[in-house]
Design a binder for this molecule. Structure first.
Ligand code: CP
Length: 361
């Protein structure tokens, strides 16, 4: 089995053979001897990341190549984030997002100020987010924020003069999750990078969820449109009659991608190459399990080489028995998020000059 966590190894990027086990796709698959194009990544310097709509395909590809390089190569001795302070402000629960952002910083020698729950801030006394944003300006260099309210990003940005990364705003968006999702997909099937893909290699993408009210699937769908050359069809399986809402429906129609709404997973499952699942939505002031009747387990009628993505946390919709099968791309997705987040920090904070020259263009 090829490890996905190669940061402590001294793999030589250019000598590494392509290697794909299916279960643990090697990041070198994605590089294919190409260097990372920094001039594209420089577009992110000083920028906030609030929506998947900010990205074009070229930027996603260069970020994913950069993340692959960071995954395949130990650059910790170059300490690219030395002297930078990242504030992780989480006003809503998280396992993966906060810890992977913090792990990304620590591994690159940055420092963290962490707010793991809003109740330890002035919020408990009624302080506004815009006032908290004003304070953040003096304490750090970049803010990563998750919040229960969709309007939180707009509110904090009133007074914030530092770059902000939206780590999930209510039922709005989770753009860096979409980057982690596409990083996993591109490692699994590097052909998806191409402008022209032979029809036999195009994927039928199934989304089990409600993009209109689930932030991870919302951002994933928006980013997927950029990869339309590799997509034969998108099927959205939801218990709601209109899971997209008017804006996403318009976007999908304008994309030219063939898309289909289904209420029964069995209508489409045997034809899906990629299944993106999510069950938990934050709605107003509570978590709700949506689409709980759509479950995958070891007996599900999956295509032989189909892969499953899930931003996690899971409930009982995704059987742990699938964890040990080659359908499991969700652990690759979660673990690769550290490197995507490292790529974002280095780009936004313009620390390219700290990296080994031979790795970058
Ligand atoms: N993927 C994701 O957002 O997970 P957490 O809620 O644990 O951060």
């Amino acid at each position: 089995m090829v490890s996905r966590f190669s940061t402590s190894s001294s793999k030589n990027l250019l000598e590494n053979p392509l290697d794909s086990t299916g279960l643990y796709p090697d990041p070198v698959n994605l590089l294919e001897h190409e260097q990372v194009n920094i001039s594209v990544l420089r577009r992110l310097v000083g920028q906030s990341i609030v929506s998947a709509d900010q990205f074009d395909k070229n930027l996603v590809l260069e970020l994913c190549k950069f993340a692959a390089m960071l995954e395949a190569t130990d650059i910790s001795t170059f300490r690219p984030l030395t002297g930078k302070i990242i504030i992780t402000a989480f006003f809503e629960a998280s396992t993966r997002t906060r810890l992977s952002f913090e792990s990304a910083v620590q591994r690159l020698d940055g420092k963290i100020i962490s707010i793991p729950t809003g109740q330890i801030t002035g919020i408990a006394k009624g302080e506004s987010l815009s006032d908290i944003g004003e304070m953040f300006n003096a304490y750090g260099d970049l803010i990563v924020m998750r919040h229960t309210e969709t309007s939180s990003v707009e509110e904090i940005m009133h007074n914030l003069r530092l770059p902000l990364i939206n780590a999930g705003n209510g039922s709005g968006e989770h753009p860096t999750q979409a980057l982690a999702d596409w990083f996993a997909l591109l490692k699994w099937k590097p052909e998806l990078k191409k402008k022209q893909i032979r029809p036999a290699s195009q994927i039928h993408l199934g989304i089990l969820g409600t993009p209109g009210s689930m932030r991870a699937v919302n951002s994933f769908l928006r980013m997927s449109i950029l990869f339309k050359s590799g997509i034969r069809k998108i099927s959205i399986v939801s218990e709601l009659a209109d899971p997209l809402g008017p804006e996403l429906t318009e976007k999908m129609e304008a994309s030219g991608i063939d898309f289909f709404i289904a209420n029964d997973i069995n209508e489409v499952l045997p034809d899906l190459d990629v299944i993106y699942m999510n069950s938990i939505a934050f709605l107003g002031d509570h978590y709700r399990s949506l689409n709980s009747r759509f479950k995958l387990d070891a007996d599900s009628n999956l295509k032989e080489d189909a892969v499953v993505l899930h931003p996690l946390a899971r409930l009982d919709e995704l059987d742990p028995l699938l964890d040990e099968t080659h359908h499991n791309l969700y652990f690759t997705q979660a673990h690769g998020a550290v490197f995507i987040r490292q790529a974002l920090f280095i780009s936004i904070l313009n620390r390219f000059d700290r990296l080994p020259e031979k790795l970058m263009l």
